[in-house]
Design a protein around this ligand. Sequence first.
Ligand code: DX5
Ligand code: ZN
Length: 219
Amino acid sequence: MANFVSASILSADMLNLESEIRRLEKADVNMVHFDVMDGVFVNNISFGIPVLEKLGKASRYMELDVHLMITDPLRYVKAFDKAGADIITFHIESESDTAETIRTIYEETDCNAGLAIKPDTPAEAVFPYIDMGMLDMILVMTVEPGFGGQQFMDMSEKIRKIREYADIVGEYELDIEVDGGINAETAPIVKNAGANILVSGSYLFRADDMKSAVEKLKK
Ligand code: DX5
Ligand code: ZN
């Protein structure tokens, strides 16, 4: 399975988003990771629909990978679809009905559906939703959601269990994305466990040579 890199725009230079998009494209980043925070589900507020619309217009090659850290994602999935999202990922710990939210993304939007789990949520929690056959991706958080630049937490066991389960169900290829503290040192740990989409914020945007930083994450 090929590895993909999704750059978390939370760590970008907010005053120069268009040139940041160009920089990501030149570095062969595959996706733009867009962290939406509502100040209730997590202790932080980031950005939302109007910013996503602009990013979609600026980005020529990269997919828009939207990570909703909000209390009621079901209420907003169609709006994020309309704003240009390619993947909509929401949290199992949110207050929306999980199955209904997955079904709505699958049936009523053009987006791929992702389900995210926080560090304390066990792998088994996502199994019934993988069984629905409508999920494209599981996002395993390797930090508590809310902020960039945090210390990586090793979730290898959890990733391995989800990869094994998806292989047993086996009807389609499930992506496993990891998010939080991913850099050249932690990337091999998550890839060995079975993750194939690596979100990276502070490591990528701080790198002197972004292209070689991306290569290190992908290989
Ligand atoms: C945290 C966000 C992450 C964050 C990753 O809540 O979901 O996407 O921006 O940033 P780094 O790579 O700096 O940990
Ligand atoms: Zn994220």
